[in-house]
Design a protein around this ligand. Structure first.
Ligand code: ADP
Ligand code: MG
Length: 606
């Protein structure tokens, strides 16, 4: 009996919608991008009930002909590419022709559109869960207006996954801010339930940033500018004195498209190093213009990561031009820019090309089922992204690849780590921090501070899965004032946080903490809670595994500060504990735990 049949267009659109449209803000993003692609100079967004009830986006762009209007809801219907080569010269935001088909399949959609040169009448099309229900002439303005009502009305599981109105609207506002920052030449309006949220007129970038983030931003911005053959940089960084505890306004755009990039973020942070207090974050609005052939166009519609061919070069340019800008505005002490663009690599690697730091990508990770494979790294190398597209699970091999440079030089060290017997000799504790041991090829040096972080991390990650971590009840509950976004985030991760020892009640304008993980002291509790809060709100769609990694990393960071090996007797147990971890070579923050000083190196010293 034959059992295979072809899915109807309606079903396959719904399946595709699962990827493209995850929440109301995905609709807003797609429709805003279409309006921008249509060359609109004015775009209005009206939202009802955080997008659950209705999303209207109206533009004065090119509009569509009657035929195009009928076609635009068909999957893979696009006016933006015609042949494969077009993919490498993309100037538009969209090109897949998936968004409208996906949106129409999971909502009630009304489209009104009119070409500029048409008479007074345009076209009205109504789609109901993927089925056309109206197609007629109508009176409408030049341009396009799309209303999306009752999102996920026919996918109740999705609808029930929507978060609080506050959280959903914050996500919409984020998308709106990103597109409107990228297009300061366009006027944008955003309303929610009839209230004006933004009304920003066309102007230069400084004005746009000021309009979006408040008047005072104006005095706080330092311009950056750099033109090279590969990339043109422009935009602003916030002055160091305005760096924030929470990671708020950090924006990268490439060819007017918002993206996230851990490696480039590192370059910006590095430029600010020693100018801002530890754990505070500079704001930045950085625009890259780059030949479209030099970036990976095959961007997943819901991902904001982008791969760059020349990322190392861009890193250097970013670092030096921000330092230069800060220096020029007399913010940083004057720096010798020619020599000061070195990377923060250990001394012995100063002359090597640094490898990109990794981006955290492991959405399939679930600490409750695949714990073993994730334990330790918490991250995967960027290579995983390049090789396999986004979201594929990383493995230990990639993590090793990330350290390829170091591995090459340290093969002898690894051989030693495998042969445990070899370094059972004498061990010396130096200044309470470093353990020195005589090994086959020379001297093995273990940084106990980092080793302790690895041990703690592994212990916590293993034990929280089976039982909550030890928690201490506070004699006086700790009241923390939080914004609605943060309250929602704490609430949504309540059960996970409980596993880590955080017990709390929600209040109107914050939370009341009743218990804390017993590993944190009262003095450190505030900064720890701050960190957790930031972790919870920074991740757009927090994955449990990633959250667990972040929370444990925070705890480890705080707890390990007080660590010291007190006596030589403890060394043996400590070393054994360390080597029982499969990831004993690196601390949870990716730094090496041990180094070998080889006999050859020793000899050269005399
Ligand atoms: P894509 O943007 O990837 O091409 P979409 O499904 O978002 O796919 O849109 C399909 C097509 O519909 C677009 O290629 C464009 O020709 C047309 N279209 C969509 N929105 C608008 C709009 N606001 N104004 C004019 N044309 C539009
Ligand atoms: Mg589109």
């Amino acid at each position: 009996m034959d059992i295979i049949n072809l899915l109807s267009e309606q079903i396959s659109n719904q399946i595709a919608a699962g990827e493209v449209i995850q929440r109301p803000s995905s609709v807003v993003k797609e429709l805003l991008e279409n309006a921008v692609d249509a060359g609109a100079t004015e775009i209005k967004v009206h939202i009802k009930d955080a997008g659950r009830t209705s999303i209207i986006i109206q533009d004065n762009g090119s509009g569509m002909s009657k035929k195009d209007a009928s076609l635009c809801f068909t999957r893979h219907a696009t006016s933006k590419i015609h042949k494969v080569e077009d993919l490498f010269q993309l100037k538009t935001k969209g090109f897949r022709g998936e968004a409208l088909a996906s949106i129409a399949s999971i909502a009630h959609v009304t489209l009104k559109t009119r070409l500029e040169k048409q008479d007074d009448t345009g076209t009205l099309i109504e789609m109901n869960g993927g089925t056309p229900t109206r197609n007629e002439e109508c009176i409408c303005e030049k341009g396009t207006s799309i209303e999306v009502k009752n999102i996920f009305f026919n996918v109740p599981a999705r609808r029930s996954f929507l978060k609080s109105d506050n959280a959903e609207f914050t996500s919409i506002r984020n998308e709106f801010e990103r597109v409107s920052l990228a297009h300061n030449e366009t006027k944008f309006i955003l309303t929610h339930n009839g209230n004006d949220i933004y009304n920003v007129s066309a102007g230069n970038l400084r004005k746009r940033i000021t309009d979006i983030f408040g008047l005072k931003s104006n005095e706080k911005l330092v311009p950056i500018e750099e033109k090279t053959d590969i990339v043109t940089l422009s935009g602003f960084v916030g002055k160091p004195e305005n760096a924030k505890k929470s990671r708020g306004e950090q924006y990268f755009f490439v060819n007017q498209r918002f993206f996230k990039h851990t490696y480039f973020h590192h370059a910006v942070s590095k430029a600010f190093e020693q100018l801002i207090p530890e754990k505070s974050h500079p704001s930045y609005f950085i625009f890259l213009e780059i030949n479209t052939e030099k970036i990976d166009v095959n961007i997943h519609p819901t991902k904001t990561e982008i791969n760059f061919e020349e990322s190392k070069f861009i890193y250097t340019i970013l670092l030096s031009s921000i330092k230069q800008a800060l220096g020029k505005y007399n913010i940083a002490p004057s720096i010798d820019f020619d020599i000061d663009t070195s990377f923060d690599v250990p001394l012995s690697h100063k002359n090597e090309i640094p490898v990109e730091p990794e981006i955290k990508v492991d959405p399939s990770y679930n600490p409750f089922s695949t714990f073993e494979s994730k334990k330790g790294t918490g991250t995967s190398s960027n290579k995983a992204l390049n090789n396999q597209g986004f979201g594929k699970k990383s493995d230990a091999k990639e993590w090793e690849d990330f350290y390829a440079i170091r591995e090459e030089k340290n093969t002898s060290q690894h051989a030693l780590i495998e042969e445990k017997e070899e370094y059972r000799g004498n061990k010396y504790l130096i200044r309470g921090r470093y353990i020195l041991s005589n090994v086959k090829s020379g001297i093995l040096i273990i940084d106990t501070y980092r080793a302790q972080q690895r041990i703690l991390y592994d212990n916590m990650m293993t034990s929280f899965v089976s039982a909550p971590l030890a928690s201490q009840k506070l004699m006086f509950p700790l009241e923390m004032e939080l914004n609605q976004n943060e309250i929602d985030a704490w609430n949504e991760s309540k059960s996970l946080l409980k596993q880590f020892g955080f017990q709390f009640e929600l209040e109107n304008n914050g939370i009341r903490l009743e218990s804390l993980p017993s590993c944190i002291s009262e003095q450190t509790s505030h900064s720890c809670i701050d960190d957790v809060s930031r972790t919870l709100t920074n991740t757009e769609q927090p994955d449990k595994g990633e959250l667990a990694h972040e929370i444990v990393s925070n705890l480890v960071h705080v707890v390990s500060k007080d660590f010291q090996i007190k006596s030589e007797h403890e060394i043996e147990t400590f070393v054994n504990q360390l080597f029982s971890s499969p990831d004993h070579s690196f601390c949870p923050f990716g730094k090496p735990i041990m180094k070998t000083l080889t006999i050859e190196e020793l000899t050269t010293k005399f």
